[in-house]
Design a protein around this ligand. Structure first.
Ligand SMILES: [Zn+2]
Ligand SMILES: [Zn+2]
Length: 84
């Protein structure tokens, strides 16, 4: 199912402003909107929604985790490169 533009009505960027991260809003990657919704699927396109990190701490942890994964990936690439 594609975006039917229903999401524009839910888009919290317009209704809540900057607070879209702190309200436990969810993000639809297909519609590219943040909105508050109780279900796990987008009411507009039916795609599974991603919930935003609720606190700054969580966001920081997520960021650190991403960096770690990146580093590990780099190390693995170096190791496998030497082996070849
Ligand atoms: Zn949509
Ligand atoms: Zn959607």
């Amino acid at each position: 199912m594609a975006c039917r533009n229903l999401c524009e009505r839910f888009d919290s960027r317009f209704t809540v402003g900057k607070a879209h991260y702190e309200n436990g809003n969810k993000y639809c990657r297909r519609c590219e909107v943040y909105f508050f919704h109780n279900g796990i699927f987008c009411p507009c396109c039916g795609m599974a929604l991603r919930s935003s990190p609720t606190s700054r701490k969580d966001k920081e942890r997520l960021r650190q985790l991403k960096i770690k994964v990146k580093e590990q990936d780099k190390i693995i690439r170096i190791i496998t490169g030497i082996k070849k």
